[in-house]
Design a protein around this ligand. Structure first.
Ligand SMILES: [Zn+2]
Length: 384
């Protein structure tokens, strides 16, 4: 339901108004940081456009779906003839980079670093857009991380955007609108999503995870930087929270480690990245297969999550050094340790580590060797 979406009042207003006034566009571009709620909103929007219980609305405040009818359910579980959700995917086992026709056959598909949306998949989508509606009022096709379309795929999609089939709405999502063809952007109604405010994240997470400790919820809300979907996933996987503790454990031990231990610490970092991947996998078997077949890409996909933890830690150390009770401190559940360790680091040293981490993120997107990256990171932390 649209009511489940938190912190995006402005985008919801745009969509609700379009539905209430019967002026739904043929193409939308949802722009905003990853895991902020763009895809979730697109799915709920598709349901609203096709809900069998709610079809007309007296005013925009009423615009909602039921979540129970056949259309709502089919869209929710991504099994509806008039709804498609295309993500950049990499196919495992021999058929190349996501080069499938999106038929959902046996082949395992994974969304990992460097995955693409290929021409074949866009062509499949375009072909089905021209077919008659099956049981929806409006076809909705969602393309997430649309910047992952290769050039040919983007051009193929552009043709459809130029002459959109009558009752079809396309929703493209992206965190990087500048990587899209300007001609695609100009044909879409752009809807901007912003990071969800900290207090909104925190109250949402506290409602969803009533059994979690308040300090932990506050920490995760702070860590997520407004990406509420990311925070949700973290709390959903308690194993990941244990891994975060492990990462903080290294940080606490840095000052008693020798520089020569950086190789061992690098190895530990890689091991934790690997277990982070396993812990968040929905299908363990596929996750293992991916590790075997595309180990480096898999690790590069998950590494940034650990970098988030490390970066927040060093940022907190600098904050705690200046003001031990600073409200901006993210790792509130380790406040006493932060206060204890802060005098051991200079603000400049902390800043250097944070900057190195940012540089590392960039390198990881450009195929950096994971093992080497982890060792250099370990050395930077040990010499901070
Ligand atoms: Zn419904």
């Amino acid at each position: 339901m649209l009511a489940e979406i938190v912190g995006h009042e402005a985008p919801l207003r745009v969509l609700r108004r379009a539905v209430a006034t019967g002026r739904v566009h043929h193409a939308y571009l949802f722009v905003g940081p990853p895991n902020v709620g763009k895809t979730l909103t697109a799915i709920q929007f598709a349901k609203v456009l096709n809900c069998q219980r709610h079809a007309t609305f007296a005013d925009e405040a009423e615009v909602e779906c039921c979540d129970e009818c056949r259309n709502c359910h089919g869209i929710e579980v991504e099994n509806h003839p008039d709804f498609r959700l295309l993500r950049p995917m990499t196919g495992l086992a021999g058929r190349g980079d996501g080069d499938d026709d999106d038929t959902g056959e046996d082949e395992a598909l994974l969304e990992i670093e460097g995955s693409l949306i290929t021409t074949g998949r866009i062509e499949g989508l375009v072909a089905s857009a021209s077919l008659k509606l099956s049981r929806a009022r409006r076809k909705v096709y969602v393309i997430t991380s649309a910047e992952a379309m290769n050039k040919e795929a983007a051009n193929r999609l552009l043709k459809t955007l130029e002459e959109p089939p009558g009752s079809t709405t396309l929703v493209l999502t992206t965190a990087h609108p500048s990587r899209l063809l300007p001609t695609i952007v100009s044909r879409c109604q752009v809807v901007n999503f912003h990071p969800v405010p900290l207090a909104t994240c925190e109250s949402f997470l506290a409602r969803r995870f009533p059994q979690a400790e308040a300090a932990q919820v506050r920490t995760v809300a702070g860590l997520c930087g407004g990406r509420v979907g990311w925070a949700y996933r973290l709390l959903q996987h308690p194993k990941v929270l244990e891994l975060r503790e492990e990462v903080i454990g290294w940080c606490l031990g840095l000052k008693t480690m020798e520089q020569v231990e950086c190789l061992r610490l690098g190895e530990q970092i890689v091991g934790t990245v690997e277990r982070w991947w396993q812990a968040t996998a929905t299908d363990k078997e596929v996750a293992e297969k991916a590790l075997k077949q595309a180990r480096d890409r898999v690790l590069r996909t998950v590494f940034p999550e650990i970098l988030d933890v490390l970066s927040s830690w060093f940022r907190d150390l600098a904050l705690a050094g200046a003001d031990p009770g600073a409200p901006q401190i993210i790792n509130q559940d380790h406040l006493a340790e932060l206060q204890h360790q802060a005098p051991l680091y200079s603000p400049a040293a902390c800043r250097k580590v944070v900057l190195h981490i940012e540089e590392l993120r960039r390198q990881l997107r450009q195929n950096a060797n994971v093992r080497l990256a982890a060792e250099v990171l370990a050395l930077r932390m040990l010499t901070a």
